[in-house]
Design a protein around this ligand. Structure first.
Ligand code: E4P
Length: 218
């Protein structure tokens, strides 16, 4: 399973990249706003900065919600850097735009997906990635991981090439569940990725190895 980091924070992206296990980055307008990035040109500059840190796919989301606007924005975003993947919301004009981008060889990430039916439309339009939002479903007492499983099964059954990118991951346990569900990618906060390292037996074992080494070597 590939790891993307779900942030527009350059320091966190650098830290995740330095770990040597980062495969890409996802952003969204909320994450860009959180970093205080205002205006179209500043957003574009920021996407290029991210692309210059990570050798992998970087999702940049369109703001327009109509077909023509999404196409215009998406083409501009895709022209910024070869790593850009155009992120498009799962609405009617979005599906139409994904189909258009697919025909032009522009990679896409269909976002805000909450049902297998939406995921089917994204795959039929040729999306590179589909993003089921795990945490936001859990927030409303639904089962986000179950949705990931259903989409993985459906894509395997029909032979779709669209990759399942589990999004809205909140915890390390979500990452483990995504592995079990067969997700192709999980986009996660850096803290959830780092959480995979935590195990008390690793800490106890390491302390003992070092203690025994020092007993003999001083
Ligand atoms: C990434 O593609 C999504 O936009 C993001 O994971 C949403 O996460 P959130 O539900 O924690 O805002």
């Amino acid at each position: 399973m590939k790891f993307f980091v779900d942030t527009a924070n350059l320091a966190q992206i650098r830290e995740a990249n330095d770990m040597g296990v980062l495969d890409g980055v996802t952003t969204n307008p909320s994450l860009m706003a959180k970093e205080g990035i205002k205006g179209v040109e500043n957003c574009k500059k920021h996407y290029v900065e991210i692309c210059n840190i990570v050798e992998g796919d970087v999702s940049a989301e369109v703001i327009a919600t109509d077909f023509e606007g999404m196409v215009r924005e998406g083409e501009e975003l895709a022209a910024l850097h070869r790593n850009i993947v155009v992120k498009v919301p799962c609405i009617a004009d979005g599906i139409k735009a994904i189909k258009y981008f697919t025909g032009k060889g522009i990679r896409t990430n269909c976002t805000l997906v909450f049902s297998p039916g939406q995921a089917l439309l994204a795959a039929k339009a040729g999306a590179t990635y589909v993003s089921p939002f795990v945490g936001r479903l859990d927030d409303v007492a639904s089962d986000g991981i179950e949705l990931v499983e259903k989409i993985v099964d459906m894509y395997r059954y029909y032979g779709f090439q669209t990759q399942v990118l589990a999004a809205s991951i909140r915890t390390t346990q979500h990452i483990i569940q995504c592995i079990e569900a067969g997700a192709d990618v999980a986009t996660c906060p850096l803290s959830a990725i780092k959480g995979l390292l935590n195990h008390p037996l690793t800490d106890i074992g390491l302390a003992k190895f070092l203690e025994d080494y020092r007993k003999v070597n001083g």
